[in-house]
Design a protein around this ligand. Structure first.
Ligand code: FEO
Length: 401
């Protein structure tokens, strides 16, 4: 058989799909592809947790068929209605005719409205339990992590948490477990996922962590809807990273994000970076036409400062810079300082526009915008260098407070 299930425990299997070639996931760059994870519980009532994106339905059904006749599935739980997890659901319901399909209260609405389903979906409330005969599932609503319908499912008998988008990453691989993948790859991809999907909901992440801790739920296995499954000590690793990212504590790091027309703003960016580095901070220089916005946000996640540069084009900022600021604003980064810089020929409005946008995000701007007319000379580059060094010193003061 071409697609096989992967055993998580004696009675729980991964039966998802690997999407090796997706490169854009609703505007988020996925250089390494992704997985859509679904899980099969071989309880008295055979249960499927989530499905996959619609074109991958057959891959999922074939994996299920490698351990059990798919027609034996009694229950389907939809933890999250987004189409990467529910796309195959209508067709799976039609083909397998499960006894019951469950989702959160908001999930029932979302699935019904999205797919115009004729099948009745049973609503589960926060804290509800569902008997599978020899095992029991418990459900926790996790609204806005990642959509209003989101919930997570806990299988107490196996101390296993089906965490839906949480703790996930876009990473296609032959390995199904995090402990088979190098840590720098895991950390970058998990951070990228957090920065681009979950960052705006960081206070909810902290509340959920607190809630699970009060309930003394410390899962041995965390099975997300994307990327590898976490088990043994790797659980502590991903939970620790989430706590760090959700607190949004600034680190000794500066991100310089910009675009350039005739390399003057680029020269400024590089001189500013040199000043930051001189102060001993980590610095990332990211030109927007060379770097995807979702990679920039991954670096912004733990940065103490974001310095944004743009030339002035037609009395405005460069379109890629406007795009990035709009994107970053929606992700609501906290606890950062910022600054604007850029070259201009005659009108020079871009830096003020950037400052206005950064302020509207609650980013404090300790420096006036740095503008250079046409091409920076040695004096101008020295001012850029000083600007970078001062910003770095300000980050140091805040981090060491
Ligand atoms: Fe992986 Fe919010 O869907």
């Amino acid at each position: 058989m071409e697609f096989k299930a992967v055993k998580l425990t004696d009675d729980v299997y991964w039966v998802g799909a690997v999407d090796w070639n997706i490169r854009d996931f609703h505007g988020y760059s996925t250089e390494k592809g992704t997985t859509y994870n679904a899980y099969l519980i071989l309880a008295d009532r055979v249960t499927l947790i989530d499905t996959v994106k619609a074109p991958f339905k057959q891959e999922m059904l074939t994996r299920i068929a490698s351990v059990i006749d798919p027609g034996e599935i009694s229950y389907i739980i939809s933890n999250h209605a987004e189409m990467d997890h529910s796309g195959a659901l209508p067709q799976v319901i039609t083909e397998l005719k499960p006894e019951r399909v469950f989702a959160s209260v908001m999930g029932v609405k979302a699935l019904s409205e999205h797919y115009h389903l004729k099948t009745e979906i049973t609503a589960l409330k926060d804290g509800d339990e569902l008997s599978l005969g020899n095992m029991k599932l418990k459900f926790f609503e996790t609204r806005m992590l990642h959509w209003p319908d989101s919930m997570i499912t806990y299988l107490g008998e196996r101390n296993l948490l089906f965490s839906q988008d949480g703790f996930g990453m876009h990473l296609a691989s032959g390995e199904r477990f995090a402990d088979q993948i190098e840590e720098p790859v895991l950390k970058w991809e998990a951070a990228k996922y957090y920065a681009n999907i979950l960052l705006p909901y960081s206070p909810l992440v902290l509340k959920l962590a607190e809630r699970l801790s009060v309930l003394d739920i410390r899962p041995e296995i965390i099975a997300p809807d994307h990327g590898p499954v976490w088990r043994s000590n790797d659980n502590d690793k991903i939970i620790g990273w989430y706590q760090e990212w959700a607190r949004q504590l600034p680190q000794l790091k500066v991100v310089i994000v910009y675009d350039t027309m005739w390399q003057s703003t680029d020269l400024m960016a590089r001189a500013i970076a040199d000043g930051v580095a001189e102060a001993g901070l980590s610095v990332k220089v990211m030109r927007l036409r060379a770097t995807d916005r979702s990679d920039v946000m991954t670096e912004v996640l733990d940065a103490g400062a974001v310095i944004v540069g743009s030339p002035t084009l037609n009395n405005g900022m460069f379109p890629t810079v406007a795009d990035f600021l709009t994107y970053m604003k929606g992700l609501k980064p906290k606890n950062k300082i910022g600054a604007a810089f850029g070259s201009y020929g005659w009108s020079g409005e871009a830096t003020e526009m950037i400052s206005t946008e950064l302020k509207s995000m609650g980013i404090e701007l300790p420096e006036v915008p740095l503008r250079v007319k046409y091409v920076p000379d040695q004096d101008a580059l020295a001012r850029c260098w000083e600007f970078g060094r001062r910003m770095a010193e300000l980050v140091k003061e805040r981090v060491e407070e």
